[in-house]
Design a protein around this ligand. Structure first.
Ligand code: ATP
Ligand code: MG
Length: 335
């Protein structure tokens, strides 16, 4: 099927001199690294210069056929080629609208690329509905030269409904079929499978350079909760979770995509006895708290209204935003 491309990655289309979104690892050939070695790195999932920089020397030397001497050479070549500085990073970073201006404002403009945004809340607070809306809004051109792009949706709870995207596409005057084509869906069955999928996602992002703008994981913790039970397995769970979040963080920076994850809550039995106003906490502990750049808590308001609040941010004010869940997706609150 011929699918309508919302964005085009061809360099010549970047008329305003925008840089390519990442540097392919093959560029290291100019620095004297041979193609066979680069192939080994790619087989290990390291496809970009940034990927080399984000991998430890120890991990590189564990790749079959890559000696310690080679690691030194590769690392040196990568740092020579690396042109990533903070100002360029800021130039490339973009924000995706949630469909509600008030919620966007709370987020500082929308769901940000090169970062992990987490929303958590009790059931029916709108986590999956925001995820569906983002599948569509990501495809719209936006502020500051954002051109729109494709989405990967990793579903751990079997709650993704492609048909749900149709009325949302209508609301934004987008072609339904094109919108559906631009969302790549994967169901994860175990936490291990969820991790494996990230390898495929990274490969896809590399293959279709600059085309993907958003990676959704709805929900990040559900399978960990099932696969690891009880106190005895907590340390193991947190270690695996940390690995997954580190991978997500790297993917977001390497390919300049936004990562949006949803999370559940648990009643904190200790806090219930205290004077704390809200005894409920997101699950995942400090590992998840640390990995998420922005955390938003959701609670129910009147009717289909929901209230979002910045949770535990060191540099954002403690403000709230009210939004509504409608057939056309997330919108500003009606009243
Ligand atoms: P869970 O923790 O169970 O996954 P959630 O936070 O993901 O919950 P959602 O599924 O995003 O919750 O939100 C469910 C809410 O969205 C319900 O209140 C439902 O009425 C509303 N909703 C779902 N579809 C529509 C629609 N087409 N039009 C209006 N509201 C809808
Ligand atoms: Mg849900």
């Amino acid at each position: 099927m011929q699918q309508q491309k919302v964005v085009d990655s061809n360099a010549e289309d970047f008329s305003d001199g925008e840089e390519a979104t990442f540097q392919d690892i093959d560029m290291l050939q100019d620095q004297g690294i041979n193609a066979a070695d680069l192939k080994k790195l790619k087989a290990a999932g390291i496809c970009t210069i940034k990927g080399v920089q984000m991998t430890t020397k120890k991990a590189l030397s564990n790749i079959k056929g890559i000696s310690e001497a080679k690691v030194e050479k590769i690392k040196e070549a990568a740092s020579k080629m690396a042109i990533v500085d903070e100002s360029m990073k800021r130039k490339q970073c973009f924000k995706i609208s949630t469909g509600s201006e008030d919620l966007d404002k709370l987020l500082g403009g929308g769901v940000e690329s090169m970062a992990i945004t987490e929303v958590f809340g009790e059931f029916r607070t709108g986590k999956t509905q925001i995820s569906h809306t983002l599948c569509v809004t990501t495809q719209m051109p936006g502020a500051m030269g954002y051109t729109g792009g494709k989405v990967v949706f990793i579903d751990t709870e079997n709650t993704f409904r492609p048909d749900r995207l149709r009325p949302i596409a209508d609301r934004f005057n987008l072609d339904q079929a094109a919108v559906l084509d631009n969302v790549l869906y994967a169901r994860a069955y175990t936490s291990e499978h969820q991790m494996e999928l990230l390898d495929h996602v990274a490969a896809k992002f590399h293959e279709e350079a600059g085309i993907f703008k958003l990676l959704i994981v709805d929900s990040i913790m559900a399978l960990f909760r099932v696969d690891f039970s009880g106190r005895g397995e907590l340390a193991d769970r947190q270690q695996k979770l940390a690995q997954m979040l580190s991978r997500l963080q790297k993917i977001s920076e390497e390919y300049n995509v936004a990562v949006f994850v949803t999370n559940q809550m648990t009643a904190d039995p200790g806090a219930a006895m205290s004077f704390q106003a809200d005894p409920k906490k997101p699950i995942g502990g400090h590992i998840l708290a640390h990995a998420s750049t922005t955390r938003i808590s959701l609670r129910k308001g009147r009717g289909e209204n929901r209230i979002a609040k910045i949770f535990d941010s060191p540099d954002m004010p403690e403000s709230e935003a009210t939004f509504s869940i409608t057939n056309g997706g997330i919108t500003d609150a009606k009243e």
